[in-house]
Design a protein. Structure first.
Length: 192
C-alpha cells in the first residue's frame, strides 16, 4: 500500500494539533490485532500452527501503561477487538496483559463490551486497517489507521468523507506504542 493518500483531505497526521482537540474526549482506545499489532503476515508451520510476529516496542508501551494504571486516576483503558479466533492472538494478549475480545462485529460489540459500553461512541478511539474495522472507523470519535491500511478502507473513507488520523508507524512496527505513548502523554505525566 502506498501511503501517499496521507496528503489527501480526509487523512490527518496522528498526533497533530487537530487531533489533540478530539483526543481530549477519548476514554477508551480499542485496537484491531492483525495489521496493527502485526504486519498482517502469518507464518504457518508444517502441522498447521500459526505463528505471528509482534513488536517488543508495542509490548513495552502496554507494560508502561499497565504500571501507571495502579497509580493514576486519569488513565485511558486499552482493549483489543479481533475477529481472529486463533489462540495465538489470545495467548499474545494474555502475555502482554491487554484485554482481548473476539468479535464478529466490532462496531456492535463496542456497544456491549464491558469496557466500552458505558462510553458514548465519540469517546472511543479505534485503531484499525481493514474492511472488518470499517464499522468502527466510520463511527467512533477518533478513528486511526496505519499507513498500509487496505485500499478498501482508504476508498471507503474517501467515499464517506470521514476524517481519520494516520499513524507514522506501520502495523507490527511500533504503532501500538505510538498510540499508547500519545495517550499517556496527553492524559497523565510521564514516568520519571
Amino acid at each position: 500500500m502506498n501511503s501517499n493518500f496521507i496528503n489527501e483531505k480526509n487523512f490527518k497526521i496522528f498526533g497533530s494539533e487537530e487531533m489533540n482537540e478530539v483526543a481530549k474526549n477519548i476514554r477508551v482506545v480499542v485496537f484491531d490485532f492483525d495489521g496493527v499489532f502485526t504486519d498482517n503476515s502469518v507464518y504457518t508451520s508444517e502441522d498447521g500452527k500459526e505463528i505471528i510476529k509482534n513488536s517488543k516496542y508495542d509490548s513495552m508501551g502496554i507494560s508502561k501503561a499497565n504500571r501507571r494504571q495502579n497509580f493514576e486516576l486519569e488513565k485511558v483503558p486499552y482493549i483489543v477487538f479481533s475477529s481472529e479466533t486463533n489462540q495465538t492472538v489470545s495467548a499474545r494478549c494474555q502475555k502482554i496483559k491487554i484485554d482481548h475480545h473476539i468479535s464478529g462485529d466490532k462496531f456492535q460489540d463496542l456497544k456491549t463490551n464491558i469496557k466500552t459500553k458505558d462510553f458514548e461512541i465519540n469517546q472511543i478511539a479505534f485503531v484499525g486497517n481493514d474492511i472488518n474495522d470499517l464499522g468502527c472507523l466510520l463511527n467512533v470519535g477518533l478513528p486511526v489507521i496505519v499507513p498500509d491500511s487496505s485500499n478498501d478502507v482508504i476508498d471507503k473513507i474517501k467515499e464517506q468523507n470521514t476524517n481519520v488520523f494516520v499513524t507514522q508507524n506501520y502495523g507490527g512496527k511500533g504503532v501500538v506504542r505510538e498510540v499508547i505513548d500519545y495517550f499517556e502523554k496527553i492524559k497523565i505525566p510521564p514516568i520519571l
